[in-house]
Design a protein around this ligand. Sequence first.
Ligand code: SF4
Length: 203
Amino acid sequence: MNTKDTIIYEAHGNLYLNITNRCTARCVFCIKHYSDGVYGYNLRLSREPALSEIIEQLSQTELSKYREVVFTGMGEPLVRLDDVLKITKWLTVRGIPTRLDTIGHARLLYPDRDVAGELADAGMKIVSISLNAQDEEKYNQLCDPKFRKAYQKMLEFARDISRTRMELRFTVVDLPVVDIDKCREIARIYCADFKVRSYGGPA
Ligand code: SF4
């Protein structure tokens, strides 16, 4: 790993984790298409950091000054589910709240596991799922998921989350093709928080 690789970075009073550049989608609005990162941090990894390297960096950080530690970055954290679980447990025993930002393909990545239950047991506080669209057709256009039935399975995973003690959040990007009102209604049905994110890329 290049020593300049950004594994952890801070913004908005939060600490963010960038543990992979792999993803199970290719969203048209992904930052990968127009930038190397966010908030001045380069999030392109020369290789994935080992679990021990992530824990080492966290150990050297004054975690109590952050509101939450967020699995996000330039990739889908759940491709490293077991490491997400171990890091979450490590943070939870230290009293640090955690959030997972995910495209929500957990049921397709791990069809034989109860990912929502495992995340809850590890101590995850909030799961923020990229809803991204009001229906499957628009979702496939915008996100180009690697899996078939990804939209439906993402919603099933959201339902799994809503049945745990974790908070569920849906996000969308404010693109003209996204029907924000319909997406907000989906969030209401799932009793989820709803957040509209600004698109920062080229037109
Ligand atoms: S899910 Fe996130 S990281 Fe993956 S392609 Fe979409 S915006 Fe990029």
